[in-house]
Design a protein around this ligand. Sequence first.
Ligand SMILES: [Zn+2]
Ligand SMILES: [Zn+2]
Length: 328
Amino acid sequence: MAHSSEAAFVISIDTEMAWGLVHRPEQTYRYEQERADLDRLLDLFDHHNIPATWAVVGHLFLSSCRPVDGVKHPEIVRPEYDWFHGDWFADDPCSSVDADPIWYGPDVVESIRTATARHEIASHGFSHIIAGDPGCSRESFASEVQASLDAAASVGATLRSMVHPRNRIGHVDVLAEQGFVAYRGRRDVVAPSGLGDRVVDMVTGSERTTVRPLYEDGIWNLPATVLFDVDARPRTWRLWIRQMERRLDQAVANGSLFHLWFHPHNLRDRPEASFAALDRICAAAARHRSAGRLKTLTMGSLADQLNEQMRNQRQPVSAQLRTDNGDT
Ligand SMILES: [Zn+2]
Ligand SMILES: [Zn+2]
């Protein structure tokens, strides 16, 4: 194997309930079913003993909240986006999980933590502030991260990995400062566009779809390989799953990373096809794992392994991985 890193299979799930779309009133979504979807996902992961990284919106750690001197969550320095006006917390009901279960979710966090597979509880911000938008100051993001850490600590969880809302990366230095070890980067590999490349991608898996961890400024960027979204391919999803299996094979052959991500709602419109497809990918990963060719890890445990390798090597692994990253 030419590369220093071993092949790793990582799944990260943006877990947000009402918070994902609250600042996008033009989009609607039925949240009531989300707990049932999460339970089904947990069963699937337990079946294959695949751990996932659950990037939870910090407000969901709370059982209740209330305004302080008439201000909702004064601890959060408000972002100033040109696309959003009014108070960022205007829709927060300031009630409790019993009254408004789509705004709070300590029970959800508990289900994840008590599953058999050893999942990671990670951060998806406290209130879904978009860090990479110029309207989000460093101060604003730092307050969001601190509130998430505090809310997680209230249920005994420690946050070490970040998934930026809407994948808009920003203020990574704040994360490194707060002890985070990883964040999910955007996949910067160009997807195959020509017909020839697409065929290669389908048949053998294309090297160009490979993603690798990248160490930058004291934290690991673990780029996403692909969004798991069967809903978006009602007619071609079987073909697409085969393509994903080939990409997984490619990651195994290259000793690289296969990083799948989604929201629970990406499995909503076609649940049977979506869960069947996810089951197939997890089964393929479990087969590679049994053969000793692949590790199934969380973002945090992958970062731990990479840090361990870095400590054991004379040459800083950062330089090596940058070279490995090649033409990406
Ligand atoms: Zn609140
Ligand atoms: Zn989100």
